[in-house]
Every structure is written in C-alpha cells, then in structure tokens.
Design a protein around this ligand. Sequence first.
Ligand code: 2M8
Length: 712
Amino acid sequence: MKEARKILDGNWTGRYTRPSPGLYPHQWNWDAGFIAIGYAHYNEDRAMGEIASLFRHQWENGMVPQIVFNPKALGNYFPEPDFWQVPGGRLTSGITMPPLHATACLHIYQHAKNRRRAHDFLKDMYPKLMASHRYLYLHRDPEGTGLVYIRHPWESGLDNSPNWDRPLKNIHVDKTKLPPYERKDLAHGVPAEQRPTDQDYDRYVYLVDLFRKNQYHEEEIYHQCPFLVQDVLFNSILCRANRDLVEMGKIVHQDVGEVEEWLARASRSIRERMWSPERGQFDPIDLITEEQLPTATAASFMPLFAVAADQDQARLLYQRLNSVSFCALHQGNCFTIPNYDMARDEFDPKNYWRGPVWININWMLSQGLKSYGYREKSDAMKKDMIQLPARFGFHEYFDSITGKGYGSDSFSWTASLFIDLVFEYYDEDRQALNWLGRRKSRRLREVKTLNQIPGVIPEPVKDLAPKLMSSIGELKGLFYSVDRGRVDYEAMKRSREYGSYLESAAHLKVFDLESLVTREEKLAFWINLYNTLVVQGVVELGLNSSVREISNFFTHIGYNIGGYTFTPDDIEHGILRSNARPPYRTTAVFKGRDPRAAHMVEPMDRRIHFALVCGSRSCAPIRFYEADAIDEQLDAATRNFINSSEVVILPEKNKILLSEIFNWYKRDFGHKRDIFRFLSPYLDQDEKAAYLKAHMDTIEMEYLFYDWNLNH
Ligand code: 2M8
C-alpha cells in the first residue's frame, strides 16, 4: 500500500498524475479516471483535481481529448502538439478515449468523507459529462444505432489489440506519402517486443495525418476514414458511464431523461447488435466492411461491466472467460485474465495488448462478474490483481503465466486500482478492521457445542476414534477438493454422510482421551477433528464469505470431548502448540491447572500449521490424516504449502514474500534465518531455492496479504 502511494506521489505533477514517469509524461484520458478511483480512498483533492484538470481541456464540441500535453514535459513522447496540429493551438491530441469519467466521479462521491464538497464536485461535473456523452452520440453515431464508433486504435485504449489487425490491414499505407516521424516510445527501456510494431505506428500516423488534413471535422473524417469500428469495450464503458451518470444526475437533482434514453438504447444495442450467436460472445463491428469482427480478447466480456448482457449471454461469457483460454479458476498455473485467448497460437504473453494481464481490464471485469453473481471468480481476480503488483512490482502489464511485469514500471493505474482493491477487499472481508475491533460482526455469546445432536445419547462406542476418522475421510473424499482447496459446504450439509458423522461425533462426549496412545495417533486425531470442527462451524453458522463474520469463531465453537470443551483455539494452541500463546492474545488458552493440558501432543510439531485448516483461502487445503502415515503426510503438506503462492522468492528484487502464518507464529518458526533454515529442505530445488540459500543474510522479507475469504 505504501509503495502504491509512493508511485502515485512520484507521478503526481501538481495538477495531474502521469501514467508513468518516462514513457507517458502527459495526462491521459481514461488513465485519469482509473487514477482518481484510487485517490478517492485517501486524497479527495487529488481525485477531484485529476478529473477537473482533464476536463479543463474539453473541446467546445464536448470531446474529451485522449491526451492533455504538459508544455513543460514536451520532447519525450510522440506524437505531441506539433504533430497533432489541432485547431486553436490547443495542447491536446485530436482523438478521444473510453469515457470512464462519470463512473470515476460517482466513485469519488460514494467514498468521499467530505460529502458536501463531493456534491459540489458532482454538480460541476454533471453538465461537462453530459456534453462529452452528447458529443459521442452526435458525432460518433451518425446513423443513430445506439453504438458509437472509434476512428483510431488509440481511442480504444487497447492500441495494438489483435482486434484491430483486420481493420488495420485494410489501410494501405504509401510510405512516401506518410509525414516523417520518429517513434519515442522505444527510448524508455521497454523492449520493442513489448510494444506495437513499426507497421502499426505507420497506420497510427496515417490516421492522425488524415484527421489533421481534415482539420478535425467529424463529418468529413467519417466519410474518409478507413478505420471506423464500433468497439465492444468503448461502448460498454460508455453504457456503464450512462448508468452512473443517471445516478449522479439524481444526486444533484438534474433532469436525467436524456441520459436514461442513451442508457436504454446503448444497453439494447450492445445486447442485440454486438452479440455474435455463433461465437457466444460480443464482437466489434467494422463499419467499413460492415462485418462483425471475430475476436478473442478480454474486451468481448466487457458488457458485464456495462451490465448490458442478458442472463443467458452472461452465462456464456462466464463459461468462456472461466476457461483455459483466459485462465480458469483454480487452474493454478496462470494469473487472470490475460487480454488474449491463451489457447491461440498468436497469444503473446509479453506484448502489450496482445496477451498480458492488465489490471484495469481485470478491475472492470471483476466488477461486472460480481454484478451477475459470479462472486468466486470475481474474488479470485481481485486476489490476483493484488498479488501481481505486490509480488512483481507496479508494472504496466503482467505475464499471465510467470507473473513477470512488462512495459513501464511505476505505472499509475496499476497503483491506484491496487489501492482501491485493497480498500474494497478489506472492507468486504472486514478482517483488518475486525482485528482492531472497530467493525461490527456477529459475536457468539457463549461457546456453541457442535456435537450435541438432538436424539443422540452419548455412549461409549468401541473404536470411536477410528470410526470418526473414517467418517471424516469419507466427507473429505466427497466434498473437499485438495487440488482446488475448496469445500462444497452446501452439498455436504445436505448429505447422509454428514448426518452419520454428526451422530458419531455426539459420542465424543464420553470418549476416553487416554485411549489415544502414540504421538502419531494423537496428531492425526486432533488435526482431523480441528479441521472438521471448523468446516462444521461454517456449515452450522451459515457463513457466506468469511469465518471473520463471527468475530470469535475460533474460541466460540467447540466439541465436547471426554467431558471437556475443545474450541479450535484450544486444539491448535493448547493441544498442538504446547499451550503457546495465540497470536494477538496476551494469555495462553489453558490456564492454571486445566485438566485438558494433560493431553497436549509434545513436542510441538511446526508442520501442523500446514495441516490445520482455518476455513480460508490462504490456509492449507484440507487433507485427511492417518496415524500410520502422519509423518509423510505432514511433510507433504508442508512441501505443498512452501512451494505454493504463499511463499514467493523474487531474486530480481532480492526479496522473499511469505505467508502471514510465519509472522503470526514467530514463536514456532523463529526469525528470519530460522525461517529460511526451516524452508530450505522443503523448497523444490530450483534456481530460486539456490538463490535463497546464497542470499540468506541480505534478502529482504515481507509478509503476504492473508485471504480470509471462505474456501468454498
Ligand atoms: C497506451 O497508449 C498510448 C497512446 O494512447 C501509447 O502507447 O503511447 C495505452 O495503453 C493506453 O490505454 C493508455 O491510456 C496510455 C497511457 O497509459 O498508454
């Protein structure tokens, strides 16, 4: 979070925020929207200033330019005002970009601490935003289709997207007639393979030349421009902005009739005209060839953000989006969502808009998915969007397979959307604030004993422990998925197997704990019971998103075993951690001469931390432990955890990122060097493990964000 803010501070110029220090020194149109969304959480002045500064350069016809040039920063970017030659000597380019600003303004208002000021801001912005949408409908939809066209790939924001390959091929460039120009984008250390080609730039320049020859007269350009496309992303963002503008207008008591009409028409046109039934997705329309372009980019899912897709369309989009083409849930070897179908030969993991993961696209899609109820995918995307910059740096785009960052670094919208996500994530999850006791969540008044089953009278049962263990094993086989680390709580609750487990668990009340003799038996018994108790707690308390919904979950559910109550905390910290103090607590769980202490499993085995399941995504996947294999099983669980995304070694940054577990249980794992010594034998032997061994003394250590969301 600190680093994200530092990036925005570094890119802040006093009036606006540069997208990045070298490559993009001026103010960009949709970047300003994404950037304001992050500022809204902690610096309202800058959030409003960012948008206001852009709109000061709005054209008289209502167009909001793609770039506002900073006169003090000229000379490092191409094309600049000398090339654009827009009327009136304005310091702007002569094209526009996806109109995200109404959405950003509403977001600023919704998060504002100073509501009155934010209200004034909305009031001031409303007519300007109306004028910008009116420009689009008037000049970019001359046939009144409800869809507006873009006339340059830069207007899409996705410059060299494969979507434009076909329409750009139709432009025949005569090099001798092209005005001379020099690319500047390759002078900032970004390799050419991550940027558009020279052929692309020739076409970009050809189009700009055509605009200036026509002195930016929209009608003439419309009749001459060889690139006119109704883009899915642009129209979806506009449709969403209409929706947000309606809301804004109501807040500031304006007549919203006109924008309501735009909204209704835009939604209908997207749904009906952009939908391609054969491909089961939304595709752009090339107005020159009058054909729909068969595309394979993430842009075709964007009507989810607009909330313009109908339910059937949304279902089909989801199926495609959540497939190996775009990195499916739990696929495990990729980050969501790359900008281009990974299954295609032309997928390029490094090249700009032709394959990498972009945070802004994911941010919009995760919101869209949430609106249609695809919560799990939406949350998983948020986690990736937080993890990617946290692990690999605040880059412009990321490799979907390795996570490596490309393009420019210190990229503003990656930082600002990261800030927004962290705020939103913590907000929804309430974890951070719960620790401080500031947020209201449910509290159980007394310990809820979960093995008191009506109609079952506890009685001594022969071989109860093995019976229970096999019953737990059965539940695990049916409802837990090790690969996915998920539990199907709903199906389990309804099952016969769950009923019979509960019946056996009721007899624990008269169970003789002395009958557990060996360390192995004890370990397997307690770990399995702990895991099942947590799962049962989630089921019985009807939790939906996180165990944090109950602020005292780990201390207020329990099993009666041998006449004593054991909560998850009693089992973990009392029995399995030799009565060590739980993190964030001042005392141990067994106090004085607590008879339960007689059953501690000693010596303490640190590997239990990778076997105990806390009902959250960041903890270990549930396995079933057996006494006669417990050592190999604990080793396997530890190895799995340590080689998962919960331990990340980044040689290029001389950094290791570790699960919060190592922070909470310093007493068990020790400090830096002890932790490294513990990790080493478990690390898969590769160059990263070797790096850690060689740099134990200098490597920097940081803890990862802990994902408390339920593993369902
Ligand atoms: C990229 O585009 C500019 C031209 O607008 C460029 O390559 O020079 C795109 O990624 C665009 O979406 C973005 O707004 C801009 C600044 O971040 O850079």
